[in-house]
Design a protein around this ligand. Structure first.
Ligand code: UDP
Length: 241
């Protein structure tokens, strides 16, 4: 798709996993079964030997753009704070499994997070720990997909995994029978065809950094680790060049 040459999938030494808020809960913002499932997937991912940084979303708590009574900026600030709540939960749970975790936030909350520091993150990853990035980009009008794209560039990740609740990118609504699954495509195609799976800002940052992304079903048991091993799951999105 959009390129005559099929790309070889990257087996990364360092990856950013973007976990949407939906991974933490659905009917309730935080559901213990969902959180246990995430922990399990992260543990399997670590066992591949890949260095893992995680960017967490906050859609299970609040999405700024969907709030009727709030201004957009107030809603977005609340949204970014929501990502910090998820990050606190993830850090607590990973630490209870003796995984060393650094919780870095683009949105200052000094008592519970440290500021984003690519240097400190780099060292911690080299030492075998996990870095959890929260607070999105620290700015309204963005999403945590853009944060994942930015952090991946800053820490020199070779791959971004975006876990969603669909198996990848389709030509239209995945629920519609005529929508076709796209096993691979370029960021350029994603932006040009307005495929609504990551926002254009995130896709453009990925074009700039040149880091590919696998968009896959987070709820497909074991898929996170398999994606890190280069298995052809989900949709592989890569820069055109
Ligand atoms: N948000 C923001 N700036 C950012 C990242 C997130 O304002 O850089 C806000 C925005 O309101 C968004 C909410 O935080 O709706 C939750 O983030 P996101 O929608 O990316 O979470 P996900 O859908 O991945 O759970």
């Amino acid at each position: 798709m959009s390129s005559s040459k099929t790309p070889t999938r990257v087996t990364p030494s360092r990856a950013v996993i973007k976990i949407s808020g939906a991974g933490f809960g659905d009917e309730n913002p935080l559901e213990s079964d969902s959180i246990s499932y995430i922990l399990d997937q992260v543990n399997q991912a670590r066992k591949t030997g890949t260095e893992i940084a995680i960017v967490v979303g906050g859609g299970n708590i609040i999405r700024g753009q969907e709030q009727e009574i709030l201004t957009r900026t107030a809603g977005d600030i609340a949204g970014m704070v929501g990502t910090i709540v998820n990050g606190i939960v993830l850090k607590d749970q990973l630490q209870s499994l003796n995984v060393p975790v650094l919780l870095q936030s683009a949105f200052p909350t000094d008592r519970v997070t440290e500021p984003v520091s690519p240097d400190r993150a780099d060292q911690h990853l080299q030492d075998g720990g996990i870095v959890v990035f929260v607070g999105g980009t620290g700015n309204p009008y963005f999403t945590t997909d853009s944060a994942a794209a930015l952090r991946a560039g800053e820490i020199g990740a070779d791959l971004i995994l975006k876990g969603t609740n669909v198996s990848g990118v389709f030509t239209g609504d995945p629920a519609e029978e005529e929508s076709e699954f796209l096993p691979e495509l370029t960021y350029e195609h994603l932006v040009d065809h307005d495929l609504d799976i990551i926002d254009a800002a995130a896709a453009n940052i990925c074009r700039e950094t040149g880091i590919p992304m696998v968009i896959f079903d987070l709820f497909d048991e074991g898929a996170t680790a398999r994606a890190l091993e280069g298995d052809e799951i989900g949709t592989y999105v890569y820069p055109e060049r």
